[in-house]
Design a protein. Structure first.
Length: 289
C-alpha cells in the first residue's frame, strides 16, 4: 500500500498558519508577542485579532478567520524591514523542493500604500534571532534568501506562491519586506502554507506495516516500521492543540524504535513519521497513567 496520499504531501509545515491562536488579545499595533508559534525577528511586526483596529486603511479584515499580521518599512536606507518567523514542524532538506504560499494585500491609501516591493523569504539553520537591532535579514550571515514574491499591488487579498529549493538544511522560515529602501510599504499577510513540492520519493508504508505498542501507554512505547530504504528518519509528537512538543531523530538501520515521552502529560497525541524529509504517516496515540 502506498502511503503517499494527497493529504500527506499537503501537510503544512507551519504551525498556527492562519494566525488564529494567541496568548492574549492584542490591544494595539506592535504586540506580536501575543501570537502563538510566531516570533518577531526584526521589530516591529503587527498582529491583528479580537477586532484590533489597524491604523492603516484596509478593505476588509482577515482573509480567513479573524487573525492576520502585518509588516512594513519606511522608504530610506536606514529603515528596518520588519520581519517575523517560526521554527518549522520539520526541517527543509536541500535535496527536496517545497511550495510556500500566502495571502497578502496592501493598504488602500496613505503613506504606506506604495507598490515598489514584495515579500522576501529567508531561511535559517539551528537558530533564529529575536527582535534583533538590524536593518534587514541580509545582514545576518547565516540567513539564506530562499525566494521573493512578485510586487504586492492589490488592495484585496491575493495569493502569492514561491518555490523553495534550499541549498542547506532549513529549520526556521522568516517573512520580511523585500528591500523597500525607496518607498514606504506595508503588507498584510494571512493563511501561510509550506508543503513538499516534489513527489519523486515514493515510499511504501501501509497501515498494517506500522504499529505503536502499547497504545494507550504511560509515556514509553515502541514504533514498528517495515524495512524501508531511507537515509534520515524523524519522529514528531504533536499535541491535541497542534503544538509540536517533541522531535526525535532515529537510526535508519532499525525497524523497532522506542520513544520515551514520560515528560509529556496525559492526553491524545499525533505521531508523525518522516523519512528523507517527507512525511510518511500520521497516527494517534494516548498517554494515560
Amino acid at each position: 500500500m502506498i502511503l503517499f496520499f494527497d493529504n500527506m504531501l499537503a501537510q503544512n509545515l507551519f504551525q498556527n498558519a492562519d494566525f488564529e491562536d494567541y496568548y492574549g488579545c492584542p490591544t494595539g499595533i506592535g504586540q506580536f508577542d501575543s501570537l502563538k508559534n510566531w516570533k518577531s525577528v526584526i521589530p516591529n511586526p503587527d498582529y491583528f485579532n479580537c477586532e484590533t483596529l489597524t491604523p492603516l486603511i484596509s478593505d476588509s479584515f482577515a482573509f480567513s478567520g479573524i487573525g492576520y499580521v502585518g509588516i512594513g518599512a519606511h522608504g530610506n536606507e536606514f529603515t528596518t524591514m520588519e520581519t517575523f518567523g517560526q521554527k518549522l514542524l520539520f526541517s527543509l532538506l536541500p535535496s527536496k523542493s517545497y511550495n510556500l504560499s500566502f495571502y497578502t494585500k496592501k493598504p488602500i491609501s496613505g503613506i504606506y500604500s506604495d507598490t515598489c516591493s514584495g515579500v522576501s523569504i529567508y531561511g535559517l539553520k539551528n537558530y533564529m534571532p529575536l527582535d534583533t537591532l538590524i536593518v534587514s535579514m541580509s545582514q545576518i550571515n547565516a540567513a539564506i534568501l530562499l525566494g521573493n514574491s512578485s510586487k504586492i499591488q492589490n488592495i484585496f487579498w491575493e495569493k502569492k506562491s514561491i518555490t523553495l529549493n534550499p541549498s542547506d538544511t532549513i529549520d526556521y522560515i522568516t517573512f520580511t519586506v523585500n528591500l523597500a529602501n525607496t518607498c514606504d510599504v506595508y503588507y498584510f499577510i494571512d493563511s501561510v502554507s509550506l508543503t513538499i513540492n516534489n513527489t519523486d520519493h515514493i515510499l511504501e508504508l501501509g497501515e498494517n506495516n506500522l504499529s505503536i505498542s502499547p497504545n494507550p501507554n504511560a509515556g514509553i512505547f515502541n514504533i514498528n516500521l517495515p524495512d524501508l530504504k531511507y537515509q534520515h528518519l524523524q519522529f514528531a509528537i504533536v499535541n491535541a492543540t497542534g503544538q509540536l512538543v517533541k522531535t526525535v531523530s532515529a537510526s535508519n538501520s532499525k525497524l523497532n524504535h522506542e520513544l520515551d515521552c514520560k515528560e509529556l502529560p496525559n492526553g491524545l497525541y499525533n505521531l508523525i513519521v518522516k523519512a528523507d524529509g517527507i512525511p510518511l504517516h500520521t497516527t494517534k496515540f494516548i498517554i494515560h497513567r
